[in-house]
Design a protein around this ligand. Sequence first.
Ligand code: RB5
Length: 143
Amino acid sequence: MIALGCDHGGYELKQEVIKYLEEKKLAYKDFGTYSKESCDYPLYAKAVAKAVSEGECEQGILICGTGIGISIAANKVKGIRAALCHDCFSAEATRQHNNANILCMGGRIVGPGLAIKIVDTFLNTPFSNDERHIRRINLIEEE
Ligand code: RB5
């Protein structure tokens, strides 16, 4: 199950992501927002991050205007590795190296064509499981 969330700045792009997920028959849960009305991105970031950190969803996709605010907020939740990606190389690398569990994008930065390729890359790239990457990820969580 993929957790989805956005603010008003990411609403239109989230609709494109939903179209893609439905075409691919991938299960998702949409945590809002559900319109273009102005709202507060941390609320949606935290709802999606919580669903992923608690195991209700395996991965998440968060979209705000820039992707920045929503990634900062998501990364406050323990166990979350939210990666802001606006290119396919980053989306692939963050899955392989960081085992990122949430993809963040800016709806005012990327067009739908590139965004969907980024989503596709993120969802279809496995973690490398390399010892050095596991060690580095564990170091992130250390107090
Ligand atoms: C909303 O105007 C905008 O600030 C938000 O979508 C996001 O870009 C914040 O980082």
